[in-house]
Design a protein around this ligand. Structure first.
Ligand SMILES: [Zn+2]
Ligand SMILES: [Zn+2]
Length: 102
């Protein structure tokens, strides 16, 4: 009698363990999905940080250390110059007021 009862109890425990394990698995899935979302958000944030060179129109990453300054004429827009344009002294033109400068 007691043996039969304990067998049923063991089986119930086994089923409960399975349920708990599958719950844990689902939670892990959710966590890994959330962390991948965070990673994609971070990469979006990084692309926002990259700028476009005002002179040549090329995308400049922050690692290239572009020269960034506000337009000396209107002060309304950021002028971005990549290291190449800075070296070659390529002119830039403010897209707001049309000011040209070295
Ligand atoms: Zn450039
Ligand atoms: Zn300007």
């Amino acid at each position: 009698m007691s043996l039969t009862y304990s067998t049923i109890a063991e089986n119930l425990k086994f089923i409960n363990d399975l349920k708990i394990n599958s719950k844990k698995m689902k939670m892990l899935d959710v966590i890994s999905m959330q962390s991948s979302n965070v990673a994609s958000k971070l990469s979006v944030h990084n692309t926002v940080k990259t700028r476009t060179c005002t002179s040549c129109g090329k995308t400049v990453s922050p690692e290239e250390k572009p020269t960034i300054f506000l337009c000396p004429n209107c002060g309304q827009v950021e002028i971005v110059r990549c290291s190449k344009c800075k070296k070659q002294g390529v002119k830039y033109k403010c897209p707001v007021c049309g000011f040209e400068g070295p």
